[in-house]
Design a protein around this ligand. Sequence first.
Ligand SMILES: [Zn+2]
Ligand SMILES: [Zn+2]
Length: 140
Amino acid sequence: MEPTPDAEQMLRASSLRVTRPRIAVLEAVHTHPHADTDTVIAAVRDELPSVSHQAVYDSLHTLTDHGLVRRIQPTGSVARYEARVGDNHHHVVCRSCGAIADVDCAVGEAPCLHASDDNGFVIDEAEVLYWGTCPACTPA
Ligand SMILES: [Zn+2]
Ligand SMILES: [Zn+2]
């Protein structure tokens, strides 16, 4: 598959050098929301069979640093990546199987929770993570 113009444009808009691993990683994260590194590597290798683990790690870090990819890591989970960035959405995690789903921010922008005491800090984000049981793990 040829690289899509979208991924290329996103890299250029962030002043990043356009490389095949970066394009493939960005596309893999787009198609596999909340994928862990192994899943990203497998998806990227479908496109670029010879890509190294290191190239995928490096691309993930670069894309995350530049805000094209968001990294989340719920307690007890490995790092996961998603391409839905910039909307302050939250996640709900299944305590049983680890499934992750997006939850739109109730307010729409950070910080969506007002601190009862800011302790003099300028607060710009409240990290909200919901925990529960997913439909597949809920006994009928
Ligand atoms: Zn579950
Ligand atoms: Zn998400």
